[in-house]
Design a protein around this ligand. Sequence first.
Ligand SMILES: *[C@@H]1O[C@H](CO)[C@@H](O)[C@H](O)[C@H]1NC(C)=O
Ligand SMILES: *[C@@H]1O[C@H](CO)[C@@H](O)[C@H](O)[C@H]1NC(C)=O
Ligand SMILES: *[C@@H]1O[C@H](CO)[C@@H](O)[C@H](O)[C@H]1NC(C)=O
Length: 821
Amino acid sequence: MSTGNVELLMRVSSILCLIGASYGFVPLDYYLLDCGSSTNSSVGDRVFVGDDFNSNTLSTPRNISAKTTLRPISSSYDSVLYQTARILDETSSYTFPIKKRGRHWIRLYFFPFVYQNYNLRMAKFSVSAQNITFLKDFQVLNDSQVREYSLNVTSSNLVLTFTPSSKSFAFINALEFLSLPDELTPESVRTIDPQGSHQSLSNKALETVVRVNMGNETVPPQNDTLWRLWVSDDRYLIHNNLAKFLTNTKAVNSTRAKAMENIAPLTVYGTATKLNSDDDPNLNANVTWRFDVDPGFEYLVRFHFCDIVSSPIHALFFNVYINSMLVSRNLDLGHLTSNIIGAPYFMDVITRKSDSSELNVSVGPSDVGNPWPDAILNGLEILKISNSKGSLDVLDSDLRKSSKMKVGVIVGLALGMFTAVILAMGLFLLCRRRRRYTHVSHSKVEENFATTELESKYSNNGTAIFSSSKIGYRFPFVAIQEATDNFSESLVIGAGGFGKVYKGILRDETKVAVKRGFSRSKQGFAEFRTEIEMLSLFRHRHLVSLIGYCDEQNEMIILYEYMENGTIKNHLYGSNLPSLSWRQRLEICIGSARGLHYLHTGSAKAIIHRDVKSANILLDENLMAKVADFGLSKCGPEIDKTHVSTAVKGSFGYLDPEYLTRQQLTEKSDVYSFGVVMLEVLCGRPVIDPSLPREEVNLVEWVLNSQKRGQLVEIVDSRIASQIKPESLRKFGEIAEKCLAEHGVHRPTMGDVLWNLECALRLQEIGRRSDPNGELSSQINPVNNLETSVSTAQFSMGSVCDLDGVSMSKVFAQMVREDMR
Ligand SMILES: *[C@@H]1O[C@H](CO)[C@@H](O)[C@H](O)[C@H]1NC(C)=O
Ligand SMILES: *[C@@H]1O[C@H](CO)[C@@H](O)[C@H](O)[C@H]1NC(C)=O
Ligand SMILES: *[C@@H]1O[C@H](CO)[C@@H](O)[C@H](O)[C@H]1NC(C)=O
């Protein structure tokens, strides 16, 4: 070979290297299929091939290509994949030839829609490959979803099989199958219970339960070398006032991060959630995230850490827990990364099987003399490990097997006794038969009871309206009767147009609010369904969460988390409850604004609540606000155009005038209603009070008129009038007035409202740090709070409000310091 050739070869290979570097990982096995499609679809820089072209990949006796123009709510990035689906009427399989044995990902995309006489929500099917069951009797009831499985492929072909359940059919919108970098999946991982032993994963399949980026920032698939979605962590945080979100990508060691980008992208390491100990160096608490998991499985938990906070004067070490089990004591990142500053680090552990449907992850200060309590987490992945039967589906969970076995043993024993009794005692004892039989069925009922949660997840007898395990739990009617003392009047905590609300206590001592609808009208049933659907789709700290429902015997019952302090309305007027302080009122407004902001922006299509009022804002034991009652919620605004004739719905006094006159429903209708709630909060009186002089009857008119005359201060609830700082009141009045603008376009978004309410709170707190009773000093630091909001990048600097009295240079100095850490 001449030198010229060698040079050329070197050049070519360096170009190849460059390509490799700029495109990250290139999988050897790489199949992207857009199922049911005859064209290719581009998602980012990837092309999904229409599976019509791949007739040799799919083998199926009977199938249909289905199309829709509907788009999923939760995804816009890959929404093109959901516009088609392949419906499989009989057992069918996709076969992929393998170039590289080892770990592969299978990603399945589902989006249920209606096509001709197929309603994909009714599809029920199982999916398996290589003796592993990924899904069993699976139904897709909520919006689009992507399931991700990791499988160690051991043969030269991978066959992915779809099996319809009896009398049903299967479907799939898109699928991805790719080989993974070897470093991604560990061979063997340490267990935390028992501590210190190890477990091999090589013959296990894994399902991604959740993949989270801490620091309240979502990392989209486009920014990840393996097209992973990292969701932001705020929705999983339990007490978010203990947590602080940080972004400091510059602190990450980029060489190290580059070498680890297949493990997690740099942004994951450059953002973190930490213990908010800045204001209180003695704060001793954990930051905890809570995740829903299926009981009866072991989980692989991967923690991602990167020290983007510590400084030479304060070393970072802390404890890590899962479900109160210690995972690491005095985790010292400096030590673990050989003191390479800003080097990413990850740690894997396996949790034991448990019957809990929650998994809590906490980080907290070390318990050995740490002068500066601190703790951080940058990212987290939870993967479900296939069980001894080679299944990943909760219908095949090991726990379920054992509880069923117990029932079997009891029934078996009893039947055995029964037979023996017959044989030994003959006819005389026939009369006892009935009694014993009753006894047997009784113990069966008891047993079912003990596993209420599990059973309710897969019971599909009767008239289940939802049976997916992901949509919340279907409770047996008897369990609810028991929890509410057979709907005892003494447990009624509320009543309304829908029916009554009872306080209930479940067998496991969980307190619940039980809403029981009146007998099933068509209208009532639609609202019942909407509410369950909404609550299961949208989970957020500031939205009341769904615990379960019951639709047996024509009942319409919804179980919510119990809110100790009832509605905010009750705290404002018409009861003997102690008055809320101005600060508490502001925090409640902020919390509920956050919940609504999430509804409006948390998914691609805004959700409009349609019934925002003080009776629908509930308070938990810490007076944290949560928005409730989604019976009227709608996906909007487009959808309502097709429903122009829909009767106007909502609550009198809170209705957006524009919606009333033009029946045009947008998020801004919620903003209007929220403005009304703000006035109730400010004035502590009902929206309409006919007992008052005429000009005061209508709260909105009264306040807006007083505002115009500059007399707002005179109409403030007398119980708090002396506490309110004039600047805070002015700000609050301004926001409320804007919310109540005649035309939706002139009203702010919930995001703006939220931001301004936070300003109003800061304006109230300025100067209170030296408050002698110390109540506020630990949490409230106006400058730091502002900095936090800015660093979470939820709001652009352009929208910073006019903070009278706060020196902006102080704020910026603080931000710069933050950056230099
Ligand atoms: C994703 O990548 C784009 C383009 O490189 C960048 O502008 C954006 O900030 C990134 N987002 C995150 C969350 O990393
Ligand atoms: C953090 O959580 C663990 C496990 O639940 C507990 O043992 C520890 O006391 C907690 N630490 C603090 C400071 O609350
Ligand atoms: C639908 O369910 C899947 C799996 O349970 C979940 O990942 C997804 O986030 C849900 N969709 C929405 C919009 O919440």
